[in-house]
Design a protein around this ligand. Structure first.
Ligand code: NAP
Length: 215
């Protein structure tokens, strides 16, 4: 598949390398291809392409949103809203506010009865958005090693085919997937990021992932 990535931060670069390892074509999208980390990614990932947000969104049969939460709507506009139509869009973003954590608890700019994913879905009504990858640190996004135990990736979205497609991707990346339903479930999935980060901010422990136990 052709994967277009919007955002060249650590998440965009890690997922870009992961999709290349899984034999996909990847274009990493950025506002500035001359950035040191983008050039380094390109030199370490010789099959990877780099381009503008708009070029990456056009290129992708699947698009990954990997921008800072506060700038995600701006990044989508730069990418060209029409380029998302009918495509599977993996939304890895979190609505983290520009304010410091309080006793290790991140602050969000959304409230409990809304989510960034719903705002993005309103902006892209014809895109098949799936929330994924937002509730774990980038070091564990691809082939997480927890001594043989597969961690759980919580996903949600309105389109069943897109969620099936993302589940297959998560299988190949080494995850077990739990589908939490429609877009509103992002109100629960996005705050998992807050929970995931607490041991990091309080105890400098960043090496964990969530697992749903079921009977
Ligand atoms: N870091 C993690 O381990 C982790 C884990 C799970 C989820 N997430 C979420 O994933 C997303 C990406 O995180 P990150 O740590 O990789 O990077 P980030 O620093 O949060 O932001 C990444 C991208 O945002 C873009 N950006 C910044 N200002 C912009 C603007 N004014 N307009 C348009 N785009 C702008 C940048 O694009 P350019 O390429 O042009 O610089 C940059 O590549 C965030 O929403 C984060 O909460 C992060």
């Amino acid at each position: 598949m052709k994967i277009g990535i919007i955002g060249s931060g650590i998440v965009g670069r890690v997922l870009g390398s992961a999709f290349l390892k899984e034999e996909n074509e990847v274009m990493l999208g950025t506002r500035d291809i001359s950035k040191e980390e983008v050039q380094k990614w390109a030199s370490e990932n010789s099959k990877g392409k780099i381009g503008t947000f708009n070029e990456a969104a056009k290129f992708g049969e699947i698009i990954i949103l990997a921008t800072g939460g506060m700038v995600t709507e701006e990044a989508i506009k730069l990418s060209g809203v029409d380029n998302f139509k009918t495509k599977t869009v993996i939304d890895a973003t979190n609505p983290i506010a520009a304010a410091p954590p309080v006793n290790g608890v991140l602050q969000f700019f959304t409230s409990i009865n809304e989510s960034l994913m719903e705002k993005v879905q309103q902006l892209l009504p014809e895109a098949n958005i799936v929330k994924a990858f937002n509730s774990v640190g980038n070091a564990f996004m691809y082939k997480p090693d927890f001594d043989g135990i597969k961690p759980t990736m919580f996903i949600c979205g309105n389109n069943e085919n897109a969620k099936n497609e993302v589940t297959k991707i998560l299988d190949s990346f080494g995850w077990e997937t739990e589908d939490m339903g429609k877009v509103e479930a992002a109100r629960a999935i996005e705050p998992l990021c807050i929970l995931w980060c607490i041991p990091g901010f309080i105890h400098n422990k960043w090496t964990h992932a969530f697992k749903l136990l079921k009977k």
